[in-house]
Design a binder for this molecule. Structure first.
Ligand SMILES: CC(C)(COP(=O)(O)OP(=O)(O)OC[C@H]1O[C@@H](n2cnc3c(N)ncnc32)[C@H](O)[C@@H]1OP(=O)(O)O)[C@@H](O)C(=O)NCCC(=O)NCCS
Length: 128
């Protein structure tokens, strides 16, 4: 299953290389993972705050509401565990992801200049 997740991650993020071991390490460090054949999301809840570590949908099935559904699942889990806020980071030039987050109630709270090489990172939060 983790090998399939590695392949799916590569399809979603062609410039990054996350191995099955990386996902195993995330799990061991306390992250939760939901994965299907064509999508995944990784998040972590610590006390009353949560962080979305990564989310991806296979290019063949994008724009059909899958990521929105995953965010709803994460949000319900965080709320059930007493979480009050969810944070995430997104590259300034990642229009698809920024639109996804904005349409799901996340707002910008900070900018980390040149965080990804020449590209800024936008820090976003959602208050539950
Ligand atoms: C970002 C990503 C997860 C979105 O997944 P998705 O399943 O296509 O998203 P959804 O279908 O739920 O769309 C959510 C909203 O974003 C909009 N959207 C999706 N892709 C878009 C694009 N390329 N440009 C503009 N808006 C876009 C949708 O129209 C939708 O808007 P709506 O709420 O008004 O209907 C997907 O594009 C992806 O895997 N990208 C590569 C990995 C990545 O960048 N992950 C995020 C890292 S921070």
């Amino acid at each position: 299953m983790l090998k399939e997740l590695e392949d799916l991650h590569k399809a979603c993020f062609p410039d990054k290389n996350w191995s099955a071991q990386d996902f195993m390490d995330l799990k061991k460090s306390g992250c939760d993972i939901i994965a299907s054949q064509n999508s995944f999301v990784v998040w972590r809840v610590i006390a009353d705050e949560a962080e979305i570590i990564t989310i991806g949908v296979h290019p063949d099935v994008r724009n059909t509401g899958i990521a929105t559904a995953l965010l709803t699942l994460v949000e319900n889990d965080v709320r059930n565990r007493g979480g009050k806020k969810i944070f995430l980071e997104v590259a300034d030039n990642n229009i698809a992801a920024r639109t996804l987050y904005e349409h799901n109630g996340y707002t910008q709270i900070a900018v980390r200049a040149k965080y990804y090489g020449n590209v800024d990172a936008i820090l976003m939060e959602k208050i539950l």
